[in-house]
Every structure is written in C-alpha cells, then in structure tokens.
Unconditional design. Sequence first.
Length: 711
Amino acid sequence: MRFRTLLIGVASVFLPLESGLAAEPEVAAKASGNVTQARVLDEVDSGENWLVNGGRFTGEHYSPLDEINDANVENLGLAWSAEIPSFTLSAEPLVVDGVVYVTGSLNNVFALDAATGKLLWRFVPELRLDFSFGNSYAARYNRGVAVWNGKVYVGTADCRLIAIDAEHGKKLWDAPVCDSAEADGAGITAAPRVGDGRVYIGYMGSDTGARGSATAFDAESGEELWRFWTVPGDPAKGFESKELEMASQTWAGGGAVQGGGAVWEEIRYDPVTGLVFFGTASALPLNVRMRGPGDALFTNSVIAVDADTGAYRWHYQTVPEDAWDYDATMPKIITDLEFGGINRRVVLEAGKSGFFYVLDALTGEPLAADPIATVTWASHVDIESGRPVKLPGARYFESDDPDVSVRVWPNGAGARNWHPMSYNPKTGLVYMSVTDMPADFSPGGFFGARMEILGYGLSEEVPLGTGRLVAWDPVQRETRWRVDYALPWNSGVLSTAGNLVFQGTAAGEFRAFHTETGEVLWSSGRTGSSIQAGPVSYRSGGEQYVLATGGKAGALGMITTIRAQTPHARGPARLFAFKLDGKAAMPAATVEPAPVPEPPARTVDAEQISKGGVLYADLGCELCHGSYAIGSFERNSEQGAVPDLRYLPGDGHALWHGIVVGGSLRQTGMPGFGPDLSVADSEAIRGFVIEQAWKLYEQVPEGQRIPSDAD
C-alpha cells in the first residue's frame, strides 16, 4: 500500500446533484474557442480575452487593461455571480470571445456567458473512481482547461486528456496520459497548457507511488508526440534516455522504486526560447533513511525540454535529497529581466521550499535564490553550486524514536503552492500569495515520516502573517511591501495596467491593492465563499470585468476547512464578475449549520482513540474528511462532496468496517484499506471519529442537536 500523510485522500459516495444552473443548456453563438498561436501572440497587449492560462504563454497573470484603475476602483461592483455545482472550485477561468470556460469537481466543464454568467453548456465526463484512493481524491478538484482551435481540453482524475467541442460541449476524443490502474494513484488535477499546436500535460501521484512524466499531444488528433520521464524506473528494464541513466546514479539502488517526480501543476510553453518548462514533485518514502541517500534526480526540480521533441535541455534541482515534501511544481513565470546589468530571459519560480529562484531560461543557471518566508531547513542557497546549505536541526529522520518531533519551516504544504503569482512589467514586481507555517516532523508512519499539516496545534495561537500578499522585487531581491493575513492559503494574484493587484482571501473577501504601496483600495466585502484560485480580467461589451472564483479549493481547502476558513466563508462554489458601477446583489454570504445528530456510544478507550488519530492521519483520511475529522460539508449535496464524518448516521457506523476495510464503496470513490488495515485498527479510527463527533455535539446549542431518541 502506497500512501503518504500529506496528500492521500479517502473519498466517499456521491449524493444527488443539486444545481442552481439552468437545466437546459443553450449554445452560444460565439462559443467557438477560436484560440491559435498567432492570436495569443497578437493579443498580448489587448486584454480583450484571457485566452490561455496566465493570460499569455509566459504566465505573467497580468492584464494590460486599465479601465478599472486606482482612481476609480472604489466604484467596482458585482456585475453577476453564478453558482457552480461543485464540491471545490480551484480553476482559473479562460475567457474567449465572450465565453467563460471553467471546471469543477469530477472534471465537469462549464461554459458561461461572460457578460451575464448564464450557462451555455456543461460537459460531464464518464469517470472511473475505483482505481485507487489517489485517483478518487484527484476527482474532487480541477484547476481548469485549455482552449485551442475550437476545442476545450480537460485532464481527468482517471488520467485522460479529453477534447471537447467548444461550441456545443460535446466530447470529440480522449487520450490516455497515464494508466491509473498501474500508476498507483495517478490522476490529473492541473489545467492542460497549449502552444504551437500541442497540448502539454502531467499528472499527480508522487505521493501515492506513481512515476512522473510530462507529455505533449497533438491538439487536433490527440496523438502522443513525446513523453519526458522525470525519474528513472527499474534499472533492470533499462532507461528511456541518457539523462535518466545519469539520474540513476543519484538514487540508492539506481532507480525510483516507489515513483516520484510527478508533474502535478503547471507546464509552461515559451515561444521565445522554443522550450517547455515544468517542475517536479518529491519521492517516496519521504524519510531519507528509508529511501536511501542521494539527490534523487529529477525530483524537486525545474526542467526545460525542447517544445517540439521533448528533448532534455537543462534542469535545476531546488532541494536535493528532499525530506520535507518541497515540490518545485508551483506556477512559473517566463519573462525578460535586466539582471546584473545583462538582459536575460528568465524563469521565476517560488516553490514550497520558501526560496524565490531566478533561473536563466536558456541554461538553468541559478541567478538568485532568496527566502520569502521563514526557512529553517536551510540557511541559504550557495549560488555558485546552486545547492542549499541544509541545517542539521531539520533532519528529523536521523532518529528512530517516533516521539522525537522537529518543527520545520515551511511545512509540507509549502511557502507557496498551486496559487499563481503575477509579474507586472510596469512595476517590475512579482505579486504572490505566501504562507508562513511550520510542520512538526517526526519519524514513523507507514513511510517513516509524519507531519502536522496544519502547522500549529489546535490549542496554539496562529500568529498574524501566517498568510501574506507579498510584492517582491526579483532584481533587487527584496520585499517591496507585504500585507499580512490571519489565515493562510489565500488566492492567486492578478495585476493590471490600472495600477491594481487583485487577490481573494480564505475569509471570503475579494480585494484590490495599489501596485506600488500595497494600500487596500477596494474590497467586495463578504462573498460567503473562500477565494483561492487566480482571478482573471477581460472586456465584454466594451467594459472591463474582473472575474474571481469562490469556494474552497484543492487539498488545503479540504484539510483545513475550519482552521483556514472562517464560518462565513463556507458557502458554495461561485463565480463573481465585477465591473465599474456593477449593480448586482451579492448572494447570501452565510451557510446555516446542519443539526448535529447524537453520536454512537464510545467504543474504545483513550489509548485506542489516540492510536486511531495517528492512523487517521497516516492513512490520509484528513485529505478528504478534514483534519481531526472536521469535515467540509454536512449535507454533501455539492457534486463530488465527501461527508463530515462527525455527522455520520448510525447505519454508516454499522457498515464502517465493510467500507473502510472491505472497500464496499470502492466503485463510488471510497477505497478500502484492507488487508493492510486490520478490523481492530479500523475500530480505533472509528473510535477517534466518534470522539470528535461527541466534541462537536457537546459544544453546539441544544437547539442544534438531534438526540438519538428523536423521531
């Protein structure tokens, strides 16, 4: 059984879908998806559309529109909102000729009118969720689509690339990206990227034992054009390239026995260099003593390959011999900077490790590596060698004692995660969401490493500045300004020619800041939904719009629904479109809590409850059902939702072992953990869940309780 504490999930049965969107979709006359190489390049300075992820091939997340600006942004109002039937909303929307394309849970794709939010069509793929827990987990969230020459592309949780007709929302073809049945939990969560007639895509799964790769497909036919494997496999089977043969020398045993190097987020195509850039994840087991010494190439690396052929050009490994899950897969920016008196094409990368990297785009040479958050695993990066200077105090894996705990910054979710950053050519600054939280690492668990993903215990006070909006000068290598938040994991960032920076918060506000000072110039007030995905801007009917996506998003949103989101930000997945003098009413911003049923009687003692809590974390139950069993939705009516186990009814407890050990709900997305999990250990987990249910039941007012003897 292959899973790790941070990114493993247990999903649950899907309940009937309730949607506020139109039941009978209409076809939009302009929903043709007319995106081409020439058009993306020609419209760089237009801002009329948001044709590709990041707004342009190189991913600046910058809009040249300035109709909305620092002088009039106070007049911004809601133009329209649309509720999306989805458990989470992680996607960056694309906008092409008056049509918004966005994805939700279970890889559903929605096309909406950009001026009104009216649904035009909805595509529902046929998904298999029974391959593994990783495959099922991947179905809960998706970060968007690509559009090219009349087609909309989406990656699926069962590891396919699907092409959809952009006008009618009908499936045209699909192509296998990986084998979910054999890749041990691989699935696609990131948006595909496009460029020069090719679709580029990777998949998640390092955390479940999958071997990573990045692949290019022909945008018209779906034919696989090339594949770059990121880590060497079994040396006895040979190597796909001379680079992998070289990389094998950095692995104990010559190869990645349990996979690694997944390309689970952005692949960035650059027409200037003719290269494709992507980052890779870490490897199993996380504990270096178990995995064996060695840099383990090409994990935790930024890699450049030829866009036409996939041939290796260079790599830079941000964290050799990683033990803290510091992936380098975060969204990147390709741009031109005058660095050290020389005009250079550069790759800007701010990964989990807590360092902001400036790399030469042609060679991979590290030009700068500076901390943007608290970093205690390394003192600095030696720029000559490019290697971090690690600190002995962070090496939790040198002990065999499971009671030894080492607090390390950043935590395994990283100082940066999937939330996109923005580069503004007017100011020369990078604007990004930063998280400054630690994790307590200790040896133990199924793969030798445990970490407290929340960073702070439930009884600890979380300091202000845990979440930040940072304006970073990549040339002067310093913070120009920053805004501190009480909550981590705030949204991706958009900057504009109107001297504005837009960002949403975990608490459910959407804000505009001045690009030069960080002054808050406007706020939407409470939207009712946590905002984490990146906003975009476009023009429709001669007016500039700014579009934000609300609704908890991704793994972090599911794990930390209570801790990292305020109660008034637990609303449904929604799109919010703003324009000057918008007059639409903000939808209801509160969600009434569901009544709490009286839990079953406690079945185990305190020692078993404690053991159950450890198992709950080790198996990754928190990824879907929430830390400390504090789940996300009591009613589970949203598509792809998983239940808050504290509300589990009596018949659910009666079927517990058949579900958790036997896998009786595997077909609907809840994998069983037998034979690796005994019935006795399953009962310990159930005891832990029951204890959390009693804590909830006893703290809510009597009027919100449902006694067991109630009708």
